[in-house]
Design a protein around this ligand. Sequence first.
Ligand SMILES: Nc1ncnc2c1ncn2[C@@H]1O[C@H](COP(=O)(O)OP(=O)(O)O)[C@@H](O)[C@H]1O
Ligand SMILES: N[C@@H](CCOP(=O)(O)O)C(=O)O
Length: 319
Amino acid sequence: MSVFTSVSNQQLQAWLQDYSIGELVELKGISSGITNTNYFVTTTQDRYVLTLFEHNTIDELPYFIDLMHHLSTHGVPCPDPISNKAGVNLHMLNGKPAVLISCLSGQDITAPTSVHCAEVGRVLAQMHLAGESFASQYSEQAHQNPRGADWRNQTAQKVMAHLSAEDQQLLTETLAFQAELDTSALPKGIIHADLFRDNVLFDGDKVGGLIDFYYACHDVLAYDLAIVANDWCVQADGQLDAAKVEALLQAYQAVRPFAEAELAAWNGLLRIAALRFWLSRLYDQIYPQAGELTHAKDPNHFKNILRLRTAHELRAAHA
Ligand SMILES: Nc1ncnc2c1ncn2[C@@H]1O[C@H](COP(=O)(O)OP(=O)(O)O)[C@@H](O)[C@H]1O
Ligand SMILES: N[C@@H](CCOP(=O)(O)O)C(=O)O
């Protein structure tokens, strides 16, 4: 159950007096999700999601809230933060930063088809283009990827001693590959950085919306698509499903064609994307946070994906 901080009907009713969104009809905790507290809020006017941030300070949040507002007003299906009568969208509620956002239609899907992969590719490309006009409002420097190369190097050092000799070798080789990979020619912009299946709601075969923008940052655009491919286009054995990758890439490129450098870097970016999630899952397993829900995010899934992408990239590089 992902309600870490409880909010009562009376508290929310009082809080909503500052908004012009009608009277509270129903407040219902959302059981999925692992990081923050989420409630569905139904008022006499509409349906919303209330998020209470469990791990962020209020100062860390305007970038993500403003980004969602920017994207949703530029045609990207994603939540739009709701402002109160004073024009403020971020508040403190029960000691936690809190925001009301619009409620999107649809459900996440566990077994995507090529049609779903194409839809995600299309919407991610839209997001990358819409992000271009947001970048200027916030400094790129201040919003670099918190799970970027520096984090990957540091985290690797924290987990290394806990790994088998074989896994240490895989990690060491991948860090060496990362150090050699020249990303300077790759287009950069605002990326979602965690667009897994549980962060996209589908309404039939159409994207109802992208959610969970709290890893969004400034990084390589094609890397964002590689993160998607490693989650959406995999077979049970971790191999990429060629038809799904094709659907993803074609639909993405119909909106935002790849530059030559992105095509050349694609296999390497799949490796780095696998490394990032192998490391975060390893770290969470080795250093579990007290009081956090134990959620089954298996590091071996991404270790396997990393091995497969490495073999594929090496074959392609020597072909
Ligand atoms: N704007 C939204 N519209 C509809 N449902 C949402 C929205 N935001 C979150 N949800 C629902 O809440 C669940 C948890 O949200 P999520 O952002 O993944 O939480 P967490 O950050 O805690 O992992 C999602 O799986 C989805 O069902
Ligand atoms: N989607 C990720 C979880 C989000 O990353 P984390 O750094 O918060 O663990 C996954 O499936 O591992």
